[in-house]
Design a protein around this ligand. Structure first.
Ligand code: FE
Ligand code: FE
Length: 190
């Protein structure tokens, strides 16, 4: 149903080397998490492969795609165009890679900030993006990697918490959706 080889071939042209390697890492990690949490493995791989499919577009291009297709740009996205790669990625996944599955498209759309009431697949992609083998900068990675295979929601809360702390430390703008997602899942799991 999904032609992974074909998707990989297209992605290897659309992404730079580093991003392509990251993408393979996310797909691989998402597949492993899908095994653990009884999610369709192929879907997890496809979502992992495509989550950053718009990452290497120029910012102007991302904005123009949004304008052309009436994709709303939030205030945070207006100031930080890199955030747009999630929405634009979901759009390209549908139009260029012919993905119809809403769950996969949502997973791509929500992978930068998360959102309340994510599906298991969405959580898996969010987490896989953070823990894939090529990542090495975040703190507590060993602990979070283990936790991800023990309790998906607790891992999610821990990742969101660490991201918020990190963004505050480096005085970067926090997308309100990241805060909202954290508050939602912290409450749910306390
Ligand atoms: Fe991304
Ligand atoms: Fe990514």
């Amino acid at each position: 149903m999904y032609d992974l080889q074909k998707i990989k071939k297209q992605l290897s042209k659309a992404l730079d080397n580093k991003r392509y390697e990251h993408t393979l890492g996310v797909a691989y990690t998402a597949a492993a998490l899908a095994m653990r949490y009884d999610v369709d493995i192929k879907k997890a791989e496809v979502a992992g492969l495509l989550h950053d499919c718009a990452k290497c577009l120029e910012n102007d291009k991302k904005v123009s795609i949004c304008e052309k297709h009436n994709i709303p740009i939030s205030e945070a996205e207006e100031r930080n165009h890199f955030l747009l790669h999630a929405k634009v990625g979901a759009h390209l996944a549908e139009k260029k890679y012919h993905i119809k599955d809403e769950d996969i498209l949502n997973a791509i759309r929500s992978h930068t900030t998360g959102r309340p009431e994510m599906s298991i697949l969405e959580k898996i992609i969010y987490i896989a993006d953070y823990i894939e083998p090529g990542r090495d900068h975040a703190e507590n990675l060993n602990e979070i990697r283990k936790l991800s295979f023990e309790d998906l929601d607790l891992a999610l809360v821990k990742i969101l918490q660490d991201i918020l702390i990190h963004l505050k430390e480096i005085k970067k703008e926090i997308d309100p959706m990241t805060q909202l997602t954290y508050d939602y899942y912290r409450q749910l799991n306390s």
